[in-house]
Ligand binder design. Structure first.
Ligand code: AMP
Length: 182
């Protein structure tokens, strides 16, 4: 099963993505984690991504698409995967579709986590990550609204979208997500 987990920053995508991946025994692939790792290791990718991440902007599509083309071609992805934080723009979604079509695959379901704006800000500020400073948080939410939210409609039109309420205890949200896959 090839899944996408969609949701604004702070919606619990990372936490839920890891849990779902374990339950479903498929790798959870987070572009944010890949980029943070690259930053830590000071690789060429990390250096390229650094400035964008620090100001809460998106890393350019062609960079991310290249990273994902390589990652999804790895052996552990052959039995399906859960994408967390990718695609984040319509251009990325189109590139993903083209990639999948070339290998005779498709996206099976897109899960959209919905959390109130107030809760999002509270969660992010409580997390203490480098890009969780108040003004960067605001910027990341704006970038989500402008560039990523259109994907909800994009996948709705393709009949792949399930909306899942992302508020409440972690375990409950996981079971809601699993239920929406049935
Ligand atoms: P995340 O952990 O998913 O919130 O991602 C952290 C940061 O990494 C984002 O604010 C972006 O700067 C960058 N990033 C992660 N995924 C993508 C993506 N698919 N496209 C562009 N930038 C991304």
């Amino acid at each position: 099963m090839n899944l996408i987990l969609l949701g604004p920053p702070g919606s619990g995508k990372g936490t839920q993505g890891k849990r779902l991946g374990e339950f479903l025994k498929i790798p959870q692939i987070s572009t944010g984690d890949i980029l943070r790792q690259a930053l830590e290791n000071k690789t060429a990718l990390g250096l390229k991504a650094k400035g964008y991440m620090e100001r809460g902007a998106l890393v350019p599509d062609e960079v991310i698409i290249g990273v994902m083309e390589e990652r999804l071609g790895q052996a552990d992805c052959s039995g399906g995967y859960l994408l967390d934080g990718f695609p984040r723009t319509v251009a990325q979604a189109e590139a993903l579709e083209a990639m999948l079509t070339r290998s005779d695959c498709k996206i099976d379901r897109v899960l959209s986590l919905v959390v109130s704006q107030q809760e999002l800000i509270q969660r992010m500020v409580g997390r203490g990550r480098a890009d969780d400073k108040e003004e960067v948080v605001q910027q990341r939410l704006k970038v989500y609204e402008d560039q990523t939210a259109p994907l909800v409609d994009y996948y709705l039109k393709k009949g792949l979208l399930k909306v899942v309420e992302g508020m409440g205890p972690v375990e409950e949200i996981t079971s809601r997500l699993l239920k929406s896959l049935r």
